[in-house]
Design a protein around this ligand. Structure first.
Ligand code: HEC
Ligand code: HEC
Length: 403
């Protein structure tokens, strides 16, 4: 009896121990002691250039058009991973650390460069062993505002936390297994301090790596463009309901914004690239090809109704992220506008917004064309340039902290 009793107690204790270990990170840790001591800073400064108290990532001074109910609803920050200043600081270090690749040659920032709005300017990017990615690198700004929270051109990643671990393991991009990654980072002194401050203990797990990277990326919000200045000057109207005339825009930019929002001949950019954040919540087909070499969302769902569907990227800072589309096929914004103007292909999954489907007068499902003049095309391009934000691409808190 006694032995049995003892066994039960031991088993129970073992059970509790294993539970508490697994659930450790489910208890939300709120960092308090985030400033580095002199000795911590001395150690960090051997490798990194970090401020003694972290930059502000958690409470960005967002303008009112980012604080509306609609904008707040778009925010995909999960309850178990709120942005903290120190967590995002750790994310920044990870983002720029070449130790995250198998042969220490590539970091996230190799393909997501601050000067290119966290994309790069190549059609396809080179991974750790020289092999090219099969798709065009994506800009990361405003990742936080994709309401469905899914990532990659084909929306394969269910959450940003899932996404950020994919390139590390990808055999072309960084080529490291997660267990190898954890072991590697454990050898680096600065991570001991940064994980401890961010998560309450110096344990390095892929879960925590994912959380920190996601915090850093979610902190990349762009709100200092000419477009934002105009919205603020106009009293923060609702972009789509009020379709305001922005007082700081010249005539060409006003015309471009009008074409973007109101459309021409039924085709309207803003239907898909919507809101002040210029985002959309589901992958769509925009008629690039009749037959797609890359099947996009259909490639992993296997559904023919998903063939040719790709994520609708935010157009914030789009002038900085050339070339364009999932395969980088267009080198300039003018080529992109020309695609919508006159070259949309009647793919079976072409989104109805680019067809006459909801226009009773014409035959169902015919492809729309914008029929823009050269002057009007230039105006759309000029409007897209008003979405460029020089602040975020020069802000030190998003820059490379390595010496
Ligand atoms: C070798 C180049 C390369 C490296 C290194 C790289 N990426 Fe990417 N990244 C890409 C490409 C290409 C895509 C598009 C992938 C696709 O859709 O198949 C992408 C997509 C993404 C996306 C999805 C964005 C969206 O809006 O859906 C995120 C987030 C991202 N990368 C974060 C990271 C992080 C974090 C790292 C480092 C851990 C990293 N990337 C390393 C090339 C790279
Ligand atoms: C039916 C929805 C839809 C409409 C309407 C639409 N787009 Fe797009 N747009 C997309 C999708 C989907 C992609 C990505 C397609 C791909 O890469 O295969 C995209 C990509 C883009 C890109 C390239 C983004 C990048 O990061 O490479 C630009 C620029 C763009 N669109 C501008 C416009 C403009 C300007 C208009 C209006 C003339 C417009 N779009 C209308 C769905 C739409």
């Amino acid at each position: 009896m006694k032995v049995q009793h003892l066994c039960t107690v031991i088993l129970f204790m073992l059970f509790m121990l294993s539970c508490s270990e697994e659930e450790q990170d489910d208890v939300l840790y709120i960092p308090t002691n985030v400033n580095f001591t002199d000795s911590e800073l001395a150690l960090i400064e051997q490798t990194l250039d970090l401020p003694a108290s972290p930059y502000n990532y958690a409470n960005l001074p967002l303008p009112d058009h980012f604080k509306t109910d609609e904008a707040t609803e778009l925010d995909n920050t999960p309850a178990n991973n709120p942005i903290t200043d120190i967590g995002a600081t750790l994310g920044r270090v990870l983002f720029y650390d070449k130790n995250l690749s198998a042969n220490n040659t590539v970091s996230c920032a190799s393909c997501h460069q601050q000067s290119a709005a966290f994309a790069d300017n190549l059609k396809f990017s080179e991974g750790f062993n020289g092999a090219l990615t099969r798709r065009n690198s994506m800009g990361l700004i405003n990742s936080r505002y994709y309401e469905n929270g899914k990532f990659q051109w084909d929306e394969r990643a269910e959450t940003l936390e899932d996404q950020v671990l994919m390139p590390i393991q990808n055999h072309k991009e960084m080529g490291l297994q997660l267990a190898e990654l954890e072991a590697k980072l454990e050898q680096l002194d600065y991570y001991e301090i940064l994980f401890e401050k961010s998560f309450g203990s110096d344990e390095i797990s892929s879960d925590r790596i994912a959380k920190a990277l996601a915090q850093f990326i979610r902190s990349m919000v762009s709100f200092n463009s000419k477009f934002d200045e105009g919205l603020i000057a106009a009293g923060n109207p609702d972009v789509y309901e009020d379709m305001p005339d922005l007082p700081n825009f010249n005539e060409q930019e006003k015309l471009g914004m009008d074409i973007f929002l109101r459309g021409r001949n039924g085709a309207t950019c803003g239907y898909c690239h919507g809101g002040a954040q210029n985002v959309n919540d589901a992958a769509k087909n925009n008629g690039l090809d009749l037959n797609y070499a890359d099947k996009g969302k259909g490639e992993f769902t296997g559904n023919s109704s998903d063939f040719g569907l790709f994520k609708v990227p935010s157009l914030r800072n789009i002038a900085l992220t050339a070339p364009y589309m999932h395969d980088g096929r267009f080198e300039t914004l003018m080529e992109v506008v020309e695609h919508y103007n006159n070259n949309i292909q009647a793919h079976p999954n072409l989104n109805f917004r680019l067809t006459t489907l909801d226009d009773g007068d014409e035959e169902e499902g015919e492809v729309l064309k914008l029929y823009l003049s050269q002057e009007e095309k230039e105006a759309v391009v000029a409007f897209l340039h008003t979405l460029t934000d020089q602040t975020i691409i020069n802000d030190e808190k998003y820059s490379d902290p390595f010496k």
